[in-house]
Design a protein around this ligand. Sequence first.
Ligand code: ADP
Ligand code: ASP
Ligand code: MG
Length: 412
Amino acid sequence: MSILVMKFGGTSVADLDKIKNAAEKVQREVARGHKVIVIVSAMSGKTNELVGWVGKTSPLYDAREYDAVVSSGENVTAGLLALTLQEMEIPARSWQGWQVPLRTNSAHAAARIEEIPRANLDAKFDEGMQVAVIAGFQGISPEGRITTLGRGGSDTTAVAFAAAFGAVRCDIYTDVDGVYTTDPRIEDKARKLDRIAYEEMLELASLGAKVLQTRSVELAMRFKVPLRVLSSFEENTDTSGTLVCDEDEIMESNVVSGVAYSRDEAKMTLISVADRPGIAAAIFGPLSEAGVNVDMIVQNISEDGRTDMTFSCPTDQVLRAERAIKEAKELGEINFQELVADTDVAKVSVVGIGMRSHAGVAARMFQALRDEGINIRVITTSEIKISVLIERKYMELAVQALHDAFELDRAA
Ligand code: ADP
Ligand code: ASP
Ligand code: MG
């Protein structure tokens, strides 16, 4: 039995016509002899609406109830797609995460998948079910509560099913026809890549390119799942879209493969922190316990035993971060003069495996930003990426300037 995993994102199931369109794509694969596991997202905009309702009801919400609410959008589309397939005489059944069961840890709102037992689905496939429609994004914790996998998590559900069932491939259907050198909504000259290495895709995703959730790329890389991104709204062939694959399956690539951005970043600075061994642990321990995802960290040179400590985190975690730091101060664990939150920054990054062997990428990046008069507030680098924090109003301009500077509209 050859299993294919197909995932349809929010815009691909946004209304009943789009669900019909997705069902027709599934029908084509069934006709080719596959058993299909389909993963669906909520209708586009639905999860945002649910998240908004939670935030209005309870700003520092209990994450277990957040998950109870925000997981619900996927239940609707899973049932509707199963019904649509049944109307087309295709034996299909929908499954919510807990029914499979897709087991996760207890990290609500950012749960990690621990296990997907095959028995329940396999039994139904043996009985003649052709298509299993799975509500993406959700699972069940060891305590028996519904969990969600973080925003964009249906991608991860899809790859995890592909790995668990040894699928021939995992096809991610979305509203663009592949992975581009940058978000095509921001840069008209963005170019579709036929192939991209797992490692580069992992960096792009973790730096904000939301076309794939980071964790999904991590899983695909670990379990060697052939992952393809393609359009829901075009006729696709076997070579359409972008294949995410091993580095050695790619012949030539540019030094920089792509530019990513993340709009909702906040920069927080603790001014005049009493510097002593253990101070970083005293600051970042409570932040971690409060569930704050700290990204960049900069500590200034210490003068007179005091220093400034800056870190970045997502804008919607600023309240949590402030609370955690104030509590640590009240408990006497840290001592600083002032905590300043700057919620008006964005992160822009360039990514490319070629950086390992080419010098000068950072200089070229900084020159391009200088030429546009964009001030850099924080810089971080790793082997295959360079990221900067800049004022948010310059974000689009910076993405375009970097796309030009690295000539990403042209193939290597
Ligand atoms: P879905 O709802 O199908 O999961 P998403 O909105 O999560 O879709 O992801 C697709 C979007 O990702 C595209 O519409 C595009 O705006 C954005 N995107 C960001 N960076 C890239 C990139 N490098 N290549 C393609 N799309 C990108
Ligand atoms: N519906 C969820 C979200 O919007 C999961 C997903 O679409 O992947 O984040
Ligand atoms: Mg998505």
